[in-house]
Each structure stands twice: as structure tokens, then as C-alpha cells.
Design a protein around this ligand. Structure first.
Ligand code: SAM
Ligand code: SF4
Ligand code: SF4
Length: 337
């Protein structure tokens, strides 16, 4: 990690392990072009790529998709990461987090983010296109009774025009069930991975969404969660427009898709394949000016690029705050190291 920071190399890979999904969310474009299993990396290919990533200096890998739990070898993928001392985080819609897999994941030092945007059944159906709220809530309830979870488990919401009024309730729900909570604004600028839905889009009236992030910022501050507070404050700046803080895509994080292709971020089309080239060579060929153009003209606020970069950018502030609020430091270390 220190070598990567000195050499200014990315430390985070967002790895879309599959493009298959069991939901059809209106905010997401991924399910519209699903992968065939035969096009996806095999477990052995993933292992080879992970070894390359590790020797390059990558520290964290977000396993997402599509729906990552549709890969039947997802737990083995986590295990091999842990053997290589890579930090795994799974981001899932929670529909397949049944007893067995939850128990297996809880025993591993793997962070798990469960996407939950609403507690209302109709809104869930509108956002996710499937009638899955009861299933996800049932899974969350069962997981809340697992005594020891080695990784950090959180509930993550994408806040849009349809659910901004629920931000506080979702935060309190997560807290009550023993989960951390994070929320990000709905993105719909480039629409390679995202998708535009007029019922969710807020560009004509962002004020209410901004207010919901102000509420979240205050709650995070009250609970000593400085990183979340800083994140929400940045989200507010983004939602207020005029946000062109350099995006950390390629500097801090990169994307690898289900076939092993690399791109700058979720919204850019992947090109070079890690089955044929090493990560160092692939990154030397990716065009950073595309990222610069994008964050100046069509910025987004994805967690993988904005939140992870924020950690580095604001580390002096976070450090000072942590000295005064040891609980914040503990939450931090638990999640990221
Ligand atoms: C693409 S999904 C993949 C993992 C899994 N299928 C899930 O939904 O959690 C990763 C995260 O991106 C969020 N997401 C999807 N579309 C988005 C958008 N347009 N803007 C912001 N976040 C989005 C999802 O809610 C989820 O938390
Ligand atoms: S957000 Fe996740 S669950 Fe929804 S369609 Fe996209 S990949 Fe699937
Ligand atoms: S702002 Fe950054 S992460 Fe977002 S789409 Fe542009 S380059 Fe990608």
C-alpha cells in the first residue's frame, strides 16, 4: 500500500465479476446486456489476475457486477483474495444472501455492502424491478443475529427523487440492525453502467436531495463517523453543481470487467484484457485525459472513485478528528485495513 501511494498507483480495483443480474433496476444499465457464463473469467483466470494485481500494489477489491452472488464460486474468490492478502468487499443486492452464504462470509474478513434504497415495497419494485423487499429484509434480519461478523457489513442506498425522504429512516434502520450505513447520490451522466430514469432524476429540483444529504451528514457527525460526514459533505457539493474536484479514477481506482478487460471507471468502456497483458502495461495504455474531460464536464459521484479518493485527500483532517474521537478511528480501521 505504501509503495502504491509513493508510486501514485491505484490501490482499489472495482471488479465486476459478472454482468448477469437477478434484478432490473431502472437506475442501472448493466442488466440490459448480461454476460454469458462462458464469457466470464474462470476461477483460475481470476486467481492469476489477482496475483498480478497484488504484485502491482493493489490493496482493495470491490466484488460487484451485475449481481456477484450469482457466481457460485464467489466465496472461493473471496478466500483466494484473503490468501493473497487482498482486502475483499462484496456489493450485493442482498436477494441471495441466504443462511449458508451469509454464515460463510461472516467467518471471513470480507466487507459486505447490501444495497437497500427503500423500506417501501412499491418503491422497491419501482427502483429494482422485482418484488424483492421482503426477501432482502428477511436476509438482513437473519444476518443481524449472526453474533460475529469478521468484516464490516453495511447497508448502502442510492438516493434519488423517489427515496430522498427515506434517508434518515434507512440510516436508523441500518443502525438498529447493527449495520454501518452509506448513501450515494443517483448518477446518470454518462449512462454506460448507469441509466436515466425520469422518476429518479433530480437535476431540475436537487434541493430536496441536497437536504437529505445534509440530514445524513448531521447524523454521521453525531455518531462520530467522520468519514461518512466528509463523504456526505462532498456529495452535497456535487449535488449543488459546480463540482470538478479531480476524480480519482485511474489514480486511486480502476475497473476490471467480468471478462478481464480494464477501464478507467464504471462509466468507461473497457478495452485491454488482463488475460493478455499485465496490469502495469494495461494502465500505461489507458488514457487519463478522458477522466479529466469527464470530471470537468460530466462528473459523477460513485463511491468507488469519489469515496475512496476522499480517504486519501482528507487523511490529515480525518487523522486529527480521529485523535479526538477514537470511535471514529476504530470504525475506520475496521472497514479499511
Ligand atoms: C451496480 S451495483 C452491483 C452490485 C449489486 N448488483 C447491487 O445492486 O448491489 C453496485 C451499486 O451501484 C448502485 N447503483 C446502481 N446504479 C446506480 C446509479 N445510476 N447511480 C449510483 N449508484 C448506482 C447500486 O445500488 C449498488 O449499490
Ligand atoms: S444495480 Fe445491481 S441489482 Fe440493480 S440491475 Fe444493476 S447490477 Fe443488478
Ligand atoms: S467523474 Fe470519474 S468516475 Fe465519474 S464517470 Fe467521470 S471519470 Fe468516471
Amino acid at each position: 500500500m505504501i509503495k502504491s501511494i509513493i508510486l501514485r498507483r491505484p490501490v482499489l480495483v472495482v471488479f465486476n465479476v459478472t454482468r448477469r443480474c437477478n434484478s432490473i433496476c431502472t437506475m442501472c444499465g448493466i442488466w440490459k446486456t448480461p454476460s454469458k457464463i462462458s464469457e466470464e473469467l474462470t476461477f483460475e483466470e481470476i486467481k492469476t489476475i489477482f496475483k498480478d494485481l497484488k504484485s502491482y500494489g493493489i490493496k482493495h477489491v470491490f466484488l460487484q457486477g451485475g449481481e456477484p452472488l450469482l457466481r457460485t464460486d464467489i466465496v472461493q474468490i473471496v478466500e483466494v483474495m484473503l490468501e493473497l492478502k487482498l482486502n475483499p468487499s462484496i456489493i450485493t443486492n442482498g436477494l441471495l444472501l441466504k443462511e449458508d452464504i451469509s454464515q460463510r462470509l461472516a467467518k471471513l474478513k470480507c466487507n459486505v455492502g447490501i444495497s437497500l434504497d427503500t423500506l417501501d415495497q412499491n418503491k422497491y419494485f419501482k427502483i429494482r424491478g422485482v418484488d424483492g423487499l421482503k426477501i432482502v429484509l428477511g436476509n438482513i434480519e437473519r444476518i443481524s443475529h449472526i453474533k460475529s461478523r469478521k468484516g464490516s457489513w453495511n447497508i448502502t442506498s442510492t438516493i434519488s427523487k423517489i427515496n430522498y425522504g427515506e434517508a434518515k429512516d434507512l440510516y436508523l434502520f441500518a443502525k438498529q440492525k447493527g449495520f454501518d450505513y452509506q448513501a450515494f447520490p443517483y448518477n446518470y451522466s454518462l449512462c454506460h453502467s448507469s441509466a436515466l430514469d425520469d422518476d429518479l432524476a433530480y437535476d431540475k429540483e436537487p434541493e430536496k436531495i441536497i437536504d437529505s444529504f445534509k440530514v445524513l451528514s448531521k447524523l454521521a457527525e453525531e455518531d462520530g463517523l467522520i468519514f461518512n460526514k466528509l463523504l456526505y459533505d462532498e456529495a452535497i457539493k456535487y449535488l449543488e453543481g459546480d463540482y470538478c474536484v479531480p476524480c480519482d479514477a485511474m489514480k486511486n481506482s480502476i475497473l476490471i470487467n467480468q471478462a478481464g478487460m480494464v477501464s478507467q471507471c464504471l462509466e468507461f468502456k473497457p478495452s485491454l484484457n488482463l488475460k493478455n497483458v499485465r496490469i502495469k502495461e494495461a494502465l500505461s495504455k489507458l488514457d487519463y485525459s478522458k477522466v479529466q474531460n469527464c470530471y470537468m464536464k460530466t462528473p459523477c459521484f460513485y463511491g468507488c472513485t469519489r469515496a475512496a479518493g476522499l480517504f486519501k485527500r482528507k487523511s490529515p483532517e480525518i487523522f486529527l478528528y480521529s485523535l479526538l474521537h477514537p470511535r471514529a478511528a476504530f470504525n475506520y480501521v475496521k472497514s479499511y485495513f
